[in-house]
Every structure is written in structure tokens, then in C-alpha cells.
Ligand binder design. Sequence first.
Ligand SMILES: Nc1nc2c(c(=O)[nH]1)N[C@H]1C(S)=C(S)[C@@H](COP(=O)(O)O)O[C@H]1N2
Ligand SMILES: [Mo]
Length: 544
Amino acid sequence: MRKSNIGWGIVVGALLTSPLIALMYLANQVAGLSFIPFDLFNWITKVLPGPVVTFGIDLMIDLLRLFRINVANAAKIAEQMIAVFNFFVLGTLIGAGFFVYASQGNEKPGIAGGLLAGVFFGLPMIAVSIGVGTSDLIPAVNILWLVGSFAIWGLLLSWTTGKLLKYEEAVSESETESRDVQRLNRRQFLITLGAASASITVVGTGLAIILERSEQSRRQAELEDSMAHKVDSPEGKQLPNLDDPVTPAPGTRPEYTPLKDHYKVFIEVEPTEIDGSSWHLPITGLVEIPLMLTLEGLQGKYPERSQYVTLSCISGRVGTSLIGTTLWEGISVQDVLAEAKVKPEARYLKINSGDGFYETVELDLINSDERIMFCYNWDGNPLPSEHGFPLRIWIPDRYGMKQPKWITSIEVTDEYEEGYWVERGWDEVAQVKATSVIDTVAVNAVFESGGRQIVPVGGIAFSGDRGISKVEVRMDSGPWQEAKLRSPLSETTWVIWRIDWPFEAGAHTFEVRCTEVDGTPQIEPEAKSRPAGATGIHSKEANL
Ligand SMILES: Nc1nc2c(c(=O)[nH]1)N[C@H]1C(S)=C(S)[C@@H](COP(=O)(O)O)O[C@H]1N2
Ligand SMILES: [Mo]
């Protein structure tokens, strides 16, 4: 085997795999056909062992941090890029392997060889795609499209390989004078191939991006429209603590998170889309009366509850942006289970989601807390698809990882099963750790009081549903001073705190700590988020 054959093989593989990706992306945007790079990535992340997945996520987050990229916004885009790159490398390597193999034989690879290459690459991909299933089309149409795409990829691979090998043969067998002519022919062929590949890739991707953008703005308009018609949306409505005399220090995050800014976390590359009108929720297992709930059925039947809730992700550091507060509406899980008549031997709910996520909730916990909610509205409107439409569960005082979105089935059981993230090394209980955060040292809002210059300092403190009784701040390791607390939106949201600090020019470090209602101080020693949630003192540098 000649060394340069690997090089040629990689070129051929890359030139054929790029347009394949572009056309799949386009078909995905036009007709909802499978985009295999995402399917493959989703599948890989689900089957890989937990430690490998967490290592990968950590590595990605560290890299984003290294380049000072906002993790909450960029993580999904990074994942998507990795997904496409993975598939590109895979296709390129298979193409290169084929080229090298073919160049060792005496015969041109031919149609059968090409189809075989297509099957070798395509069959596992199609199996994965059917397994994880992101296409919203009739399976047969989707499969036909995929089979066709990979077959054509294989045939083109074989044809290109044959051509290049023929040129190579011609080059090595020609007389010196005509060798240059043959080289020129080969170069011409490669230029044509490269141009075709680049054109299809660029045009296909461009069209797909345009389609995706217009679909996004259509949805945005629809969302805004639905908000405009909803009279009792809490946006603009008076929040329950409107008259509280403690006002947030300028620069404190909004107490009620604008919906579009609420953080989003989901295991797949893209959020799951569920059609609300055909959605059914079976509640089966150890019950006297198995239920089959629909969205309309849910909403009319049981007393409606609403609750201001702060939701937080266990994977963030102290001060993470993966936390947000909005109004949750739904029904008590107790009410639904009462109708199903849970059998006495039952101990758990196993909740399954549309994206392959799952979690187990103890019935003892549900029976002890009527607030545990099947939630269908956020901020006065149906759950946005990213946030779990049509139904998610809320469990007070637990991190988000225990609270499935996109619920598709529920089984009442006496067998414990670890949830998705528990299986991957995260804490079984995932109770929220008390933390406090400095949002702002408001150097732009310095004011005078009693002849002194004052700088407002403020932020949040959160301890699940256990409440915050005290927040203290100190500067440059001086004595702790007690901050003022604004009354929270509910007993299950964060608390906004504020302290008016005597101004002292220079560079200073501010630190904050909090105490729960029952007197428990927040954990001061630093701990990483894995496995049970980050702890430690949050600090902020300020130049006064
Ligand atoms: N089905 C499903 N539910 C899920 C998840 C998921 O990936 N899939 N992620 C969980 C995690 S880790 C968090 S922090 C919250 C995030 O909810 P949000 O995206 O609405 O903020 O959803 C939880 N529920
Ligand atoms: Mo999370």
C-alpha cells in the first residue's frame, strides 16, 4: 500500500461526507427527516458509561470557560458542533478505509462495492436513528430517504475511488511526457469534485439555516401572540411582594425571571417536541384504576394549583446562571394518584420522558407534600417546548435533575430504579444546598446618606423550600454584617437581599453567606457540584 493512498482516501471521504451532512440538515429543516449526526450523538451519550459522559461534559465546559464563553448559552451549540464533527470524522474515515482497501485490489470497486460501503456506513446509522427517533415523519418515508442517501454516498465513493485509481495508474504507467498530462487530468477531476462538494455543502447548509431561522421567528411570533391574548399572564401583573420596602440593589438579577432568559437543560442535542393534541399519559402498574390522561382531561378535572418556584440545576457552581424563577401552574400529584387508587404495596413512581430521560420518585415523599405538582403552565402560558411541554413534575427542595420534563408515561411500582443522572453518578436525593450569591456591588449607584457615601450590594439566597432567615456580607475578610431581606415571592423561591455598604475607595473583595430558617448555616467549605450540588462562599471583587 502506498502511503499517499490514505491521504487521497481522507480527501475523498471528506468531500463526500460534507454534502451528505448538508443535505441531511436541509431535509431535516424542509421535511423533518432524520438528522443523523444529532441522532448518533444522542445515542452515544445515552449508551456511554456515566463517568465517560461526565468527563466529556466537564471537558467541554472547561474549554468553554477557558475561552470565556457563556456556558449556559453555548453548551448546546458546542454539542451540536461536536455531533456534526463526529459524524464527519466517521464518514471520512470509512471513506478513507474504502479507498485504501480498493487501491490494493486489481479491479475497480464497482457498483456492488459502493453499495456495500453505503450499507456498512448507513445500516448502523439508520438503526441508531430509528432507536432514538427524532424524525417526526412516517418511519417508512424517513427510512427510504436514509437508505437512498447512504446508497448514493457509497456509489459516489466507489465511482470517485475508481476514477482516482485510474488516473494514478495512468500516471505511473505513462511515459514521462504524458505523465504531466495525466497529472493535470487528475487535478482537474479533483477540482471539479471539490467544487461540487463545496457548492452542495454551502448551498444546502445556507438554505437550511434560512429555513430554521424563519421557523424560529414564526414560533417566536406565535409565542408573543399567545402571551398578548392571555390576560392573566403574571408578566406586568403585580407580584405578591410588590410593596416590600426592601428594594433590590441596582444590578441584582430580576426577581421574576423573564421566560426567555430561564435556563434550559436537556440531555439531547435539541429539545424534545411533543404534539399536545395526540399526547396521552398512561398511569399504570400497582394501581386499582389505570389512568390514561389527556391534556384537556388533566386541566378540567382536578383543583388547579399555582406556585412561584425557583428551579436550580445541580451541575452549576455557586453563583451559577443555571437557576431561574417563574410561576408554575398544574395539579397536585396526590389528587391524580387518589383517582388511580394506588395499591398498598406500591412504593415509587417511575416517570418516563419523551427524550429517554427517567426518574424515580418515592410515594412517601408525594404523600407527605401536596405541593408536588404535575405542571402544564409556566408564567401563565402552556409550558414552552424547551421547558417540557406538555407536562413536567415539580418537587420542592430538589434540584432539576429529579424533575422530569416531557412526561410520557408513569408506572407505579414497588421496585426502586435509579434515575438517569443518578445512574451517571449524581446524588440520589439531590436536595437543594443552601447558597447565597452576590449579583452586584453597584458602583454606579453610589449615594449619600447621613454625610456618608454608600454603595448598594445585593443578590440572592436560596435553600429550596427551607427558607432563608439571614444573609451576611463582609468586605476584605472584615466582620460579617447582616443584610436586609426582601420577602420572597413564595416559600419556594430565592430571596433577594441587599446591604447598603459604607463606601471605601480602592479594590475590595465582598463575600456572602446565609442561614436557613431553622438556623442551619450554609455550608462554607467549597464542594464541587458533583455529586450532590456545589457549596462554598460566593465572592465578588469590586473597584470602588
Ligand atoms: N425529560 C427531561 N427532563 C429533565 C431533563 C432532561 O434532560 N430531560 N433535565 C433535568 C435537569 S438536569 C434540569 S436542571 C431541569 C431543567 O429544566 P429547564 O430546562 O426547564 O430549566 O430539567 C430536568 N428535567
Ligand atoms: Mo440539571
